[in-house]
Design a protein around this ligand. Structure first.
Ligand code: PLP
Length: 415
């Protein structure tokens, strides 16, 4: 008997980033001192003012009921004001749909916009879910490859070479997951103008907007290129900025007709996001913002630690990311090595062996369309960060992650 699953679902692979974090969490639960560079989430607790707002909201019977599928009016208004404050984009509440995280907002938008056979240009390395979402909508992801030599930024020539008469949209992400690349305002202007000229939709994911470092600046495409705005959808959420990944609040901002389509889709599927989480998001967006700056400073410090530590390892090249909380080093220089009885023939193998032999979890570049690289999140404590990189260094040098060299059982690793 064949699988009872639809062809649609059979075609979807499990999210590799969630799989790595689940494996690492299972090992940790079994008492193995795993250091997890896999998870794409801040290690900080949600700020106290937000938690307190949620506690008050839980006690209010108004929040015990169904509410408008597209979001609480107070949250939509807060999103309108936050968007003007943080990026200078002027929008109206009828453009906003609040969904169950940025991921759900993106999923809805692809379903609302993409017809079978429509092509969507996605620069790689890409966040794992974009191509899968396009595929679920029966669209065709068209991957434009970038490398560390160009700072993982796609050029206009590359995008133009990927454009056909079936191209419906381009996914534009800055700062990027997994590379941390940030596009300059000039590059954003060029890409926005090109999209507008060819009538392409721009799906721009701004979820890491507050996490930019050094000289880099965050700029919003529809602000720099107003002529692209009528075909732009902006995605954002509270997860990364406010350490609220578990609360599941994200949103899309689209021209009203498209926002209406997304809202209809959501009304027939998930309805409103949990009201308590929505009220918490209102407090996150409108309350004091100093925690955001504090967390950003901590990430910036860890970013420098990570780049320095990884760059010192023979065979590893670690470009300095300008945004988000990931480093995306190349491990091409270690491929082919024999370590702890394994031939490291790919970064997929490297990630597996590092997890079992050195108890370090990272996500292989294969997950992001970039074999030879790996993603390490530096959203973890400074001590773990330093120890995790030391384990990688020891393992790559000797095939043994234990302090001081000598061979031993992997569980002997001291955290
Ligand atoms: N977009 C990017 C680029 C991400 O990295 C993530 C999370 O990893 C999301 C969107 C979705 O975030 P959430 O669904 O937690 O709001």
């Amino acid at each position: 008997m064949g699988s009872p699953l639809s062809a649609r679902v059979q075609a979807i692979p499990e999210s590799p980033t969630l799989a790595v974090s689940a494996k690492a969490k299972a090992l940790a639960a079994a008492g193995v001192p795993v250091i997890g560079f896999g998870a794409g989430e801040p290690d900080f607790p949600t700020p106290a003012n937000v938690v307190e707002a949620a506690q008050r909201a839980a006690a209010d019977p108004a929040n015990h009921r169904y509410t408008a599928a597209a979001g609480l009016p107070a949250l939509k208004q807060a999103i309108v004001e936050k968007t003007a404050r943080d990026t200078g984009y002027t929008v109206t509440p009828d453009m906003v749909v609040v969904s169950n995280g940025g991921k759900h907002a993106l999923f809805n938008a692809f379903l609302a916009l993409v017809d079978p056979g429509d092509e969507v240009i996605i620069p790689s390395p890409y966040w794992v879910s974009y191509p899968e979402m396009v595929g679920i909508a029966q669209g065709v992801p068209v991957i434009v490859e970038t490398t560390k030599e160009t700072g993982f930024r796609a050029s206009l020539d590359q995008l133009e070479a990927a454009r056909t008469d079936r191209t419906k949209a381009i996914v534009f992400v800055s700062p990027s997951n997994p590379t941390g690349a940030v596009y300059s305002p000039e590059a954003i202007e060029e890409i926005g103008a090109w999209a507008a000229e060819h009538g392409l939709w721009v799906l721009t994911d701004e979820i890491y907007e507050h996490l930019v470092y050094g000289e880099a600046t965050m700029a919003s495409l529809p602000v720099l290129v107003p002529e692209a705005a009528p075909r732009t959808i902006v995605f954002n959420g509270v997860a990364k900025t406010y350490a609220m990944t578990g609360w599941r609040v994200g949103w899309s901002i689209a021209p009203p007709e498209v926002a209406g389509g997304i809202a209809t889709l959501q009304s027939q599927s998930t309805s409103n996001v949990a009201n308590v989480a929505q009220v918490a998001a209102v407090e996150a967006l409108t309350g004091p913002q100093d925690e955001v700056a504090r967390m950003r400073e901590a990430f910036d410090r860890r970013r420098r630690l990570a780049v320095e530590g990884l760059s010192a390892i023979d065979g590893v090249v670690c470009p300095e990311p300008e945004g988000a909380f990931y480093v995306f080093p190349s491990f091409e220089g270690v491929l082919g090595r024999e370590l702890a009885g394994h031939t490291i023939d790919s970064t997929l193998t490297l990630a597996e062996v590092l997890l079992t032999e050195a108890n370090v979890a990272l996500v292989p570049g294969e997950a992001f369309g970039a074999p030879g690289y790996a993603r390490l999140s530096y959203a973890l404590g400074d001590d773990d960060l330093t120890e995790g990189i030391a384990r990688i260094a020891r393992f790559l040098a000797t095939g043994d992650a234990r302090r001081g060299g000598g061979r031993g059982h992997p569980l002997d690793v001291t955290p």
